[in-house]
Ligand binder design. Structure first.
Ligand code: HMG
Length: 390
Protein backbone atom coordinates (compact mmCIF):
# COMPACT_ATOMS: atom_id res chain seq x y z
CA UNK A 1 0.00 0.00 0.00
CA UNK A 2 1.25 3.50 -0.87
CA UNK A 3 1.23 5.89 2.10
CA UNK A 4 2.31 9.52 2.03
CA UNK A 5 1.47 13.19 1.69
CA UNK A 6 -2.00 13.86 0.26
CA UNK A 7 -2.25 17.61 0.95
CA UNK A 8 0.05 20.38 2.23
CA UNK A 9 -1.14 23.59 3.90
CA UNK A 10 0.97 26.53 5.05
CA UNK A 11 0.50 29.65 7.11
CA UNK A 12 2.78 32.49 8.17
CA UNK A 13 1.83 35.73 9.99
CA UNK A 14 0.70 38.76 7.99
CA UNK A 15 3.69 40.94 8.94
CA UNK A 16 7.44 40.73 8.35
CA UNK A 17 10.63 42.71 8.79
CA UNK A 18 13.10 43.29 5.95
CA UNK A 19 16.49 41.70 6.66
CA UNK A 20 18.39 44.52 4.93
CA UNK A 21 16.83 47.00 7.35
CA UNK A 22 17.41 44.73 10.35
CA UNK A 23 21.08 44.49 9.31
CA UNK A 24 21.42 48.29 9.18
CA UNK A 25 19.80 48.58 12.63
CA UNK A 26 22.22 45.97 13.99
CA UNK A 27 25.30 47.58 12.36
CA UNK A 28 25.90 44.58 10.16
CA UNK A 29 26.49 44.53 6.39
CA UNK A 30 23.14 43.57 4.78
CA UNK A 31 24.91 40.88 2.68
CA UNK A 32 25.75 39.01 5.86
CA UNK A 33 22.03 38.39 6.39
CA UNK A 34 20.92 38.09 2.76
CA UNK A 35 23.91 36.06 1.46
CA UNK A 36 25.87 34.77 4.47
CA UNK A 37 22.71 33.63 6.32
CA UNK A 38 20.48 33.62 3.23
CA UNK A 39 17.37 35.36 4.55
CA UNK A 40 15.44 38.23 2.90
CA UNK A 41 12.39 38.65 5.14
CA UNK A 42 11.59 37.46 8.64
CA UNK A 43 8.01 36.68 9.63
CA UNK A 44 6.94 38.53 12.77
CA UNK A 45 4.23 36.89 14.88
CA UNK A 46 1.75 39.35 16.40
CA UNK A 47 0.63 38.64 19.97
CA UNK A 48 -2.62 37.22 18.51
CA UNK A 49 -0.71 34.28 16.94
CA UNK A 50 0.86 31.37 18.80
CA UNK A 51 1.88 27.87 17.73
CA UNK A 52 -1.75 26.68 18.03
CA UNK A 53 -3.25 29.42 15.83
CA UNK A 54 -0.44 29.18 13.25
CA UNK A 55 -0.97 25.42 13.03
CA UNK A 56 -4.76 25.70 12.86
CA UNK A 57 -4.54 28.36 10.12
CA UNK A 58 -2.20 26.11 8.09
CA UNK A 59 -4.57 23.15 8.44
CA UNK A 60 -7.69 25.21 7.70
CA UNK A 61 -6.78 25.66 4.03
CA UNK A 62 -6.50 21.92 3.31
CA UNK A 63 -9.27 20.32 5.37
CA UNK A 64 -12.59 19.64 3.60
CA UNK A 65 -15.71 17.89 4.89
CA UNK A 66 -14.51 14.42 3.80
CA UNK A 67 -11.22 14.98 5.64
CA UNK A 68 -13.08 16.07 8.78
CA UNK A 69 -14.88 12.72 8.78
CA UNK A 70 -11.74 10.68 8.01
CA UNK A 71 -9.14 12.31 10.29
CA UNK A 72 -8.84 10.12 13.38
CA UNK A 73 -5.40 11.25 14.54
CA UNK A 74 -3.96 14.75 14.97
CA UNK A 75 -0.23 14.96 15.67
CA UNK A 76 1.01 18.41 16.59
CA UNK A 77 4.79 18.77 16.31
CA UNK A 78 6.06 21.85 18.11
CA UNK A 79 8.82 23.06 20.40
CA UNK A 80 6.97 26.26 21.26
CA UNK A 81 3.87 24.68 22.77
CA UNK A 82 1.56 26.81 24.89
CA UNK A 83 1.01 24.49 27.88
CA UNK A 84 3.19 22.00 29.77
CA UNK A 85 0.27 19.57 30.05
CA UNK A 86 -2.57 20.00 27.55
CA UNK A 87 -1.62 19.34 23.94
CA UNK A 88 -2.01 22.02 21.28
CA UNK A 89 -3.53 19.27 19.09
CA UNK A 90 -6.73 19.33 21.17
CA UNK A 91 -7.27 23.07 20.59
CA UNK A 92 -6.63 22.57 16.87
CA UNK A 93 -9.04 19.62 16.75
CA UNK A 94 -11.72 21.92 18.20
CA UNK A 95 -10.90 24.97 16.04
CA UNK A 96 -11.12 22.87 12.87
CA UNK A 97 -14.32 21.08 13.93
CA UNK A 98 -12.88 17.57 13.54
CA UNK A 99 -14.90 14.49 14.53
CA UNK A 100 -14.90 13.64 18.26
CA UNK A 101 -13.58 10.11 17.78
CA UNK A 102 -10.01 11.11 17.06
CA UNK A 103 -6.71 10.80 18.91
CA UNK A 104 -4.81 14.06 19.59
CA UNK A 105 -1.24 14.45 20.82
CA UNK A 106 1.65 16.89 20.83
CA UNK A 107 5.10 15.58 19.87
CA UNK A 108 8.34 17.25 20.89
CA UNK A 109 11.90 16.99 19.84
CA UNK A 110 13.14 20.43 18.73
CA UNK A 111 12.80 20.81 14.94
CA UNK A 112 12.37 17.04 14.49
CA UNK A 113 8.82 16.84 15.98
CA UNK A 114 6.86 16.92 12.71
CA UNK A 115 9.08 14.24 11.15
CA UNK A 116 8.43 12.00 14.17
CA UNK A 117 4.73 12.74 13.62
CA UNK A 118 4.90 11.75 9.95
CA UNK A 119 6.59 8.44 10.74
CA UNK A 120 3.93 7.69 13.41
CA UNK A 121 1.21 8.66 10.94
CA UNK A 122 2.62 6.22 8.36
CA UNK A 123 2.43 3.38 10.86
CA UNK A 124 -1.11 4.34 11.83
CA UNK A 125 -2.32 4.42 8.21
CA UNK A 126 -0.59 1.08 7.51
CA UNK A 127 -2.78 -0.48 10.22
CA UNK A 128 -5.88 1.59 9.37
CA UNK A 129 -5.89 2.20 5.59
CA UNK A 130 -9.12 4.25 5.65
CA UNK A 131 -7.81 6.75 8.15
CA UNK A 132 -6.24 10.14 7.49
CA UNK A 133 -3.75 11.70 9.89
CA UNK A 134 -3.26 15.44 10.26
CA UNK A 135 0.39 16.19 11.06
CA UNK A 136 1.30 19.79 11.87
CA UNK A 137 4.69 21.41 12.39
CA UNK A 138 4.18 24.84 13.95
CA UNK A 139 6.57 27.16 15.76
CA UNK A 140 7.74 30.64 16.62
CA UNK A 141 11.55 30.89 16.60
CA UNK A 142 12.69 33.41 19.25
CA UNK A 143 16.29 34.08 20.25
CA UNK A 144 16.00 37.69 21.42
CA UNK A 145 16.68 41.20 20.13
CA UNK A 146 20.34 41.89 19.35
CA UNK A 147 21.38 38.25 19.81
CA UNK A 148 23.48 36.10 17.45
CA UNK A 149 20.43 34.05 16.57
CA UNK A 150 18.12 37.03 15.88
CA UNK A 151 18.61 36.90 12.11
CA UNK A 152 17.41 33.27 12.15
CA UNK A 153 14.04 33.89 13.85
CA UNK A 154 10.72 33.33 12.09
CA UNK A 155 7.16 32.05 12.55
CA UNK A 156 4.80 29.76 10.67
CA UNK A 157 3.32 26.31 10.27
CA UNK A 158 2.96 23.54 7.73
CA UNK A 159 0.06 21.06 7.86
CA UNK A 160 0.31 17.69 6.11
CA UNK A 161 -2.48 15.23 5.50
CA UNK A 162 -1.03 11.70 5.57
CA UNK A 163 -3.12 8.98 3.94
CA UNK A 164 -3.13 5.86 1.77
CA UNK A 165 -2.95 6.50 -1.99
CA UNK A 166 -1.57 10.02 -1.49
CA UNK A 167 -1.90 12.53 -4.31
CA UNK A 168 1.36 14.44 -3.78
CA UNK A 169 4.10 12.14 -2.54
CA UNK A 170 4.49 8.51 -1.48
CA UNK A 171 6.88 8.18 1.43
CA UNK A 172 9.41 5.39 0.99
CA UNK A 173 10.15 3.02 3.85
CA UNK A 174 13.93 3.41 3.83
CA UNK A 175 15.04 5.85 6.48
CA UNK A 176 18.02 6.31 8.78
CA UNK A 177 17.80 8.06 12.16
CA UNK A 178 20.54 9.13 14.55
CA UNK A 179 20.34 10.32 18.16
CA UNK A 180 23.05 11.82 20.38
CA UNK A 181 22.70 13.71 23.66
CA UNK A 182 24.33 17.09 22.86
CA UNK A 183 23.77 20.71 23.92
CA UNK A 184 23.78 22.72 20.69
CA UNK A 185 20.41 24.45 21.17
CA UNK A 186 17.85 24.18 23.96
CA UNK A 187 15.22 26.18 25.82
CA UNK A 188 14.89 25.86 29.61
CA UNK A 189 11.28 25.67 30.90
CA UNK A 190 11.48 29.18 32.39
CA UNK A 191 12.48 30.85 29.13
CA UNK A 192 10.54 31.93 26.04
CA UNK A 193 13.82 32.40 24.16
CA UNK A 194 16.12 29.65 22.92
CA UNK A 195 19.72 29.26 24.09
CA UNK A 196 22.21 28.23 21.47
CA UNK A 197 25.84 27.44 20.82
CA UNK A 198 25.63 28.71 17.24
CA UNK A 199 28.88 27.39 15.75
CA UNK A 200 28.55 24.02 17.49
CA UNK A 201 24.96 23.68 16.24
CA UNK A 202 26.14 24.25 12.66
CA UNK A 203 28.87 21.63 13.03
CA UNK A 204 26.50 19.11 14.55
CA UNK A 205 23.88 19.66 11.84
CA UNK A 206 26.51 18.91 9.17
CA UNK A 207 27.94 15.94 11.04
CA UNK A 208 24.45 14.43 11.58
CA UNK A 209 23.68 14.88 7.87
CA UNK A 210 26.92 13.18 6.83
CA UNK A 211 26.36 10.23 9.19
CA UNK A 212 22.74 9.51 8.23
CA UNK A 213 23.48 10.00 4.53
CA UNK A 214 26.44 7.57 4.63
CA UNK A 215 24.38 4.94 6.42
CA UNK A 216 21.43 5.48 4.07
CA UNK A 217 23.70 4.90 1.08
CA UNK A 218 25.15 1.78 2.71
CA UNK A 219 21.70 0.34 3.53
CA UNK A 220 19.97 1.16 0.23
CA UNK A 221 22.78 1.07 -2.33
CA UNK A 222 21.50 4.44 -3.59
CA UNK A 223 23.61 7.51 -4.29
CA UNK A 224 23.18 11.20 -5.18
CA UNK A 225 22.19 10.42 -8.79
CA UNK A 226 19.10 8.55 -7.53
CA UNK A 227 17.70 11.84 -6.19
CA UNK A 228 16.11 14.55 -8.29
CA UNK A 229 16.40 16.94 -5.34
CA UNK A 230 17.21 17.05 -1.65
CA UNK A 231 15.35 19.15 0.91
CA UNK A 232 16.82 20.10 4.24
CA UNK A 233 15.69 21.38 7.59
CA UNK A 234 16.42 25.09 7.06
CA UNK A 235 17.14 27.10 10.23
CA UNK A 236 18.40 29.63 7.65
CA UNK A 237 18.75 28.94 3.97
CA UNK A 238 22.55 28.72 3.82
CA UNK A 239 22.58 25.83 6.33
CA UNK A 240 21.36 23.03 4.07
CA UNK A 241 23.77 24.12 1.35
CA UNK A 242 26.69 23.93 3.75
CA UNK A 243 25.72 20.33 4.55
CA UNK A 244 25.01 19.34 0.94
CA UNK A 245 28.32 20.77 -0.31
CA UNK A 246 30.23 18.33 1.89
CA UNK A 247 28.93 15.33 -0.09
CA UNK A 248 28.37 16.82 -3.56
CA UNK A 249 31.79 16.10 -5.02
CA UNK A 250 30.91 12.38 -5.14
CA UNK A 251 28.49 13.16 -7.98
CA UNK A 252 28.94 14.05 -11.68
CA UNK A 253 28.89 17.73 -12.72
CA UNK A 254 25.38 17.29 -14.11
CA UNK A 255 23.99 15.80 -10.89
CA UNK A 256 25.73 18.49 -8.83
CA UNK A 257 24.18 21.26 -10.94
CA UNK A 258 20.73 19.69 -10.74
CA UNK A 259 20.86 19.28 -6.95
CA UNK A 260 22.18 22.83 -6.45
CA UNK A 261 19.50 24.38 -8.67
CA UNK A 262 16.71 22.43 -6.97
CA UNK A 263 18.18 23.35 -3.59
CA UNK A 264 17.89 27.02 -4.59
CA UNK A 265 14.20 26.58 -5.46
CA UNK A 266 13.62 24.67 -2.19
CA UNK A 267 14.79 27.70 -0.19
CA UNK A 268 12.65 30.43 -1.80
CA UNK A 269 9.73 30.26 0.67
CA UNK A 270 12.04 29.85 3.68
CA UNK A 271 14.08 32.90 2.60
CA UNK A 272 10.97 34.99 3.16
CA UNK A 273 9.75 33.42 6.40
CA UNK A 274 12.78 32.47 8.54
CA UNK A 275 13.11 29.46 10.80
CA UNK A 276 9.82 27.81 11.68
CA UNK A 277 11.58 24.95 13.50
CA UNK A 278 9.35 21.83 13.08
CA UNK A 279 7.83 23.08 9.82
CA UNK A 280 11.05 24.26 8.15
CA UNK A 281 11.89 21.06 6.24
CA UNK A 282 8.29 20.82 4.99
CA UNK A 283 8.20 24.49 4.00
CA UNK A 284 11.32 23.78 1.94
CA UNK A 285 9.63 20.75 0.35
CA UNK A 286 6.58 22.91 -0.39
CA UNK A 287 8.77 25.61 -1.95
CA UNK A 288 10.41 23.01 -4.21
CA UNK A 289 7.15 21.36 -5.26
CA UNK A 290 5.23 24.58 -5.85
CA UNK A 291 7.95 26.67 -7.50
CA UNK A 292 9.88 24.18 -9.67
CA UNK A 293 9.04 23.94 -13.35
CA UNK A 294 10.85 20.73 -14.30
CA UNK A 295 10.45 18.05 -11.65
CA UNK A 296 8.44 15.14 -13.02
CA UNK A 297 6.17 12.62 -11.34
CA UNK A 298 8.13 9.54 -10.29
CA UNK A 299 11.11 11.65 -9.12
CA UNK A 300 12.70 10.80 -5.78
CA UNK A 301 13.13 13.65 -3.28
CA UNK A 302 15.50 13.18 -0.31
CA UNK A 303 14.71 14.83 3.02
CA UNK A 304 17.03 15.61 5.92
CA UNK A 305 15.34 16.39 9.21
CA UNK A 306 17.39 17.75 12.14
CA UNK A 307 16.26 18.62 15.65
CA UNK A 308 18.91 20.02 17.97
CA UNK A 309 19.70 18.10 21.06
CA UNK A 310 19.83 16.04 18.76
CA UNK A 311 17.91 13.73 16.43
CA UNK A 312 18.49 13.55 12.69
CA UNK A 313 16.82 11.48 9.99
CA UNK A 314 17.25 11.02 6.25
CA UNK A 315 14.31 9.62 4.31
CA UNK A 316 12.72 10.01 0.90
CA UNK A 317 9.54 10.20 -1.14
CA UNK A 318 8.41 9.65 -4.73
CA UNK A 319 6.26 12.27 -6.45
CA UNK A 320 2.83 11.16 -7.65
CA UNK A 321 1.28 11.72 -11.10
CA UNK A 322 -0.12 15.28 -11.44
CA UNK A 323 1.18 16.23 -7.97
CA UNK A 324 1.18 19.91 -8.97
CA UNK A 325 -2.61 19.92 -9.34
CA UNK A 326 -2.98 19.17 -5.64
CA UNK A 327 -0.81 22.02 -4.40
CA UNK A 328 -2.10 25.48 -3.39
CA UNK A 329 0.36 27.53 -5.45
CA UNK A 330 -1.92 30.52 -5.98
CA UNK A 331 -3.10 30.63 -2.37
CA UNK A 332 0.50 30.70 -1.14
CA UNK A 333 1.51 33.36 -3.68
CA UNK A 334 -1.41 35.47 -2.39
CA UNK A 335 -0.42 34.82 1.23
CA UNK A 336 3.12 36.11 0.58
CA UNK A 337 1.90 39.10 -1.44
CA UNK A 338 -0.67 40.16 1.15
CA UNK A 339 1.90 40.49 3.95
CA UNK A 340 2.77 43.92 5.29
CA UNK A 341 6.21 45.18 6.22
CA UNK A 342 6.84 46.53 9.71
CA UNK A 343 9.79 48.73 10.65
CA UNK A 344 12.56 47.42 12.87
CA UNK A 345 11.18 49.58 15.72
CA UNK A 346 7.69 48.12 15.26
CA UNK A 347 9.12 44.58 15.16
CA UNK A 348 10.98 45.26 18.42
CA UNK A 349 7.81 46.52 20.10
CA UNK A 350 5.85 43.47 18.90
CA UNK A 351 8.66 41.18 20.07
CA UNK A 352 8.65 42.70 23.58
CA UNK A 353 4.86 42.49 23.93
CA UNK A 354 4.21 39.14 25.63
CA UNK A 355 1.26 37.56 27.43
CA UNK A 356 0.97 38.05 31.20
CA UNK A 357 2.50 35.27 33.30
CA UNK A 358 1.03 36.39 36.65
CA UNK A 359 -2.46 34.98 36.14
CA UNK A 360 -4.05 38.27 35.08
CA UNK A 361 -6.59 38.38 32.28
CA UNK A 362 -6.03 40.13 28.96
CA UNK A 363 -8.22 40.86 25.97
CA UNK A 364 -6.41 41.15 22.62
CA UNK A 365 -7.45 43.13 19.55
CA UNK A 366 -7.81 40.56 16.76
CA UNK A 367 -9.03 43.09 14.18
CA UNK A 368 -5.45 43.98 13.25
CA UNK A 369 -4.67 40.32 12.48
CA UNK A 370 -5.84 39.09 9.06
CA UNK A 371 -5.66 35.42 10.11
CA UNK A 372 -8.91 33.43 10.34
CA UNK A 373 -7.91 31.84 13.63
CA UNK A 374 -6.52 34.09 16.35
CA UNK A 375 -5.76 34.20 20.04
CA UNK A 376 -8.24 36.68 21.53
CA UNK A 377 -7.00 36.72 25.10
CA UNK A 378 -6.36 34.98 28.40
CA UNK A 379 -9.07 34.40 31.01
CA UNK A 380 -8.20 32.71 34.31
CA UNK A 381 -4.99 31.41 32.71
CA UNK A 382 -6.96 29.84 29.87
CA UNK A 383 -6.18 30.82 26.26
CA UNK A 384 -9.20 32.06 24.33
CA UNK A 385 -9.19 31.25 20.62
CA UNK A 386 -11.45 32.57 17.88
CA UNK A 387 -12.22 31.12 14.46
CA UNK A 388 -13.60 34.18 12.62
CA UNK A 389 -15.44 31.93 10.13
CA UNK A 390 -17.69 30.54 12.82
P1 HMG B 1 27.03 34.66 13.28
O1 HMG B 1 28.17 34.62 14.23
O2 HMG B 1 26.10 35.81 13.36
O3 HMG B 1 27.47 34.63 11.78
O4 HMG B 1 26.24 33.30 13.51
P2 HMG B 1 28.87 34.21 11.11
O5 HMG B 1 29.93 35.14 11.50
O6 HMG B 1 29.10 32.73 11.32
O7 HMG B 1 28.49 34.51 9.61
C1 HMG B 1 27.48 33.79 8.97
C2 HMG B 1 27.85 33.69 7.50
O8 HMG B 1 27.76 35.00 6.91
C3 HMG B 1 29.27 33.21 7.26
O9 HMG B 1 29.22 32.34 6.13
C4 HMG B 1 30.02 34.48 6.91
O10 HMG B 1 31.17 34.27 6.11
C5 HMG B 1 28.94 35.22 6.14
P3 HMG B 1 29.74 30.80 6.23
O11 HMG B 1 31.18 30.89 6.45
O12 HMG B 1 29.05 30.21 7.45
O13 HMG B 1 29.32 30.19 4.96
N1 HMG B 1 29.14 36.68 6.02
C6 HMG B 1 28.95 37.35 4.88
N2 HMG B 1 28.58 36.95 3.63
C7 HMG B 1 28.46 37.89 2.66
N3 HMG B 1 28.71 39.20 2.86
C8 HMG B 1 29.08 39.66 4.08
C9 HMG B 1 29.23 38.71 5.17
N4 HMG B 1 29.56 38.81 6.47
C10 HMG B 1 29.50 37.54 6.98
N5 HMG B 1 29.32 40.97 4.27
C11 HMG B 1 24.61 31.60 13.32
C12 HMG B 1 25.43 32.63 12.58
C13 HMG B 1 23.82 30.75 12.33
C14 HMG B 1 25.55 30.68 14.14
C15 HMG B 1 23.64 32.34 14.30
O14 HMG B 1 22.73 33.09 13.55
C16 HMG B 1 22.87 31.41 15.22
O15 HMG B 1 23.34 31.06 16.30
N6 HMG B 1 21.63 30.95 14.81
C17 HMG B 1 20.82 30.04 15.58
C18 HMG B 1 21.33 28.62 15.55
C19 HMG B 1 21.16 27.95 14.21
O16 HMG B 1 20.38 28.35 13.38
N7 HMG B 1 21.87 26.80 14.02
C20 HMG B 1 21.77 26.02 12.81
C21 HMG B 1 22.03 24.54 13.03
S1 HMG B 1 21.10 23.85 14.39
C22 HMG B 1 19.48 23.65 13.76
O17 HMG B 1 19.27 23.71 12.59
C23 HMG B 1 18.39 23.43 14.76
C24 HMG B 1 17.49 24.62 15.04
O18 HMG B 1 16.60 24.84 13.97
C25 HMG B 1 16.73 24.42 16.35
C26 HMG B 1 15.93 23.13 16.57
O19 HMG B 1 16.29 22.03 16.16
O20 HMG B 1 14.92 23.25 17.28
C27 HMG B 1 18.29 25.89 15.24
Amino acid sequence: MKIGIDKIGFYTPHIYVDMNKLAVARNVEPEKFTIGIGQDKMAVPPITQDSVTLGANAALEIIDQADKEAIDFVIFGTETGIDHSKSGAVYIHHLLGLKPNARCVEVKHACYGATAGIQMAKGHVALNPESKVLVIGSDIARYGLNTGGESTQGAGAVALLISANPRIMTLENNSVSLTADIMDFWRPLYSDKALVDGKFSNEQYISFFQKVWEKYKEETGMDLEDFEAMCYHLPYTKMGLKAMRTVLEDASEEVQERLKEHYRVSTLYNRNVGNIYTGSLYLSLLSLLELNDDIKAGSRIGMFSYGSGAVGEFFSGILEENYKEHLLVKEHKDLFESRKEVTVEEYEQIFEKTLPTDGSNIELDINEDSATICLSGLTDDMRQYVNKMR
